[in-house]
Write a protein that binds this ligand. Structure first.
Ligand code: RBF
Length: 320
């Protein structure tokens, strides 16, 4: 029998068990390393400010496009989380550049610098070149704390010779229809789709999630959502497993046809994230393991198609 993903294997020369998926080595087989693809949910940096800077910096971050997260205000402190479309934790091996430990990448550094100067005056440094082909300015928050705003130096890009959708979901509204049948799989597809939308810049408040009993019900819910005028795209997520039944073929055909038809008749882009699998193993692979996460892929397709639709519409009205 094949070992499941992540199963530990004994290495006879070292007498250590190696995890198949992350290469961590254990002394005992009792330690089971399960690589849960969707374990990490977010990354947070906490910075203390004076009351005055708290308000000023909040205003600056909002004006630069950060989304407000759920904050708090009690007798001890108040907190204001600001959500970025993307975040990363960067490890450095070797010389650490003298950069602040919070780095905010912006699209237009000069405008960000002007805004920051207007609010913070002398606490904002000059824009400087970095050693990594970008420019940066620093905002001093307190004696030991500063935030760096930076942007890559603009590479000269040749104009694209095809109309393509962008992958920036800022300002777009999405409906996600997800079936509860095989929820062990479909919830992973949903997490993948939400992760993609958030990373692409969609606001959580612009995402509607609709749950339906099974994949057969997806097309009718998708059509209702598309007709509601509250979404720019519909993302359909479900999981059909062939098993022993001929129902599979009928449902799969009907779901695929129904989603396509709803897309064409409403003019709202629909993306197809319904897995049609031979068995559970194949479904697990497509919901986050070997073959990526098809929910994530359906979501990025929806973002691209909304953008493409906008471009084609503008192109048509421009006479281009
Ligand atoms: N729904 C799914 O989303 N995935 C399935 O694999 C699935 N298999 C089904 C197998 C049978 C025999 C039946 C009767 C239904 C199945 N459904 C499945 C549920 C279907 O999509 C729908 O929710 C129900 O038939 C109620 O209309």
């Amino acid at each position: 029998m094949e070992s499941p993903p992540g199963a530990a294997q004994l290495n006879s020369s070292t007498e250590l068990y190696s995890c198949a998926s992350c290469a961590i080595r254990f002394r005992s087989f009792d330690v089971v390393c399960v690589r849960l693809e969707l374990m990490i949910r977010s990354l947070t940096f906490v910075r203390q400010t004076s009351p005055e800077k708290f308000e000023q910096l909040s205003a600056l971050l909002r004006s630069l496009g950060f989304e407000d997260g759920p904050g708090w205000n009690d007798e001890h402190s108040k907190g204001a989380p600001f959500l970025a479309p993307m975040g990363s934790l960067e490890l450095v091996n070797g010389r650490v550049p003298n950069e602040p430990d919070v780095l905010i990448e912006v699209r237009d550094l000069d405008t960000a610098h002007q805004l920051a100067r207007r609010q913070f005056r002398d606490d904002v440094g000059e824009i400087e070149d970095t050693a990594w082909k970008s420019r940066i300015f620093n905002l001093q928050l307190g004696a030991n704390s500063r935030i760096g705003f930076w942007a890559f130096n603009n590479p000269e890009k040749s104009a694209p010779n095809a109309v393509e959708g962008e992958l920036n979901a800022g300002g777009m509204r999405f409906g996600v229809v997800v079936s509860r049948w095989n929820s062990f799989i479909t919830e992973r597809l949903l997490q993948g789709a939400l992760d993609c939308l958030r990373r692409s810049g969609a606001k959580s408040s612009d995402i509607q999630i609709v749950r339906v009993p099974g994949s057969f019900e997806i097309p009718s819910a998708a059509r209702l959502l598309a007709q509601s005028g509250t979404v720019d795209a519909v993302i359909a997520l479900g999981c059909l497993i062939r098993g022993e039944t001929t129902h599979y073929e009928h449902i799969a055909t009907e779901v695929t046809r129904g989603i396509g038809q709803s897309s064409q008749e409403t003019g709202i882009p629909h993306s197809y994230g319904v897995l049609t699998c031979e068995n559970l193993e194949q479904a697990i692979d497509r919901a986050g393991l070997k073959s990526g996460n098809k929910g994530w892929e359906a979501a990025i397709t929806a973002v691209e198609m909304v953008s493409l639709k906008g471009k084609l519409k503008r192109g048509a009205s421009d006479g281009r």
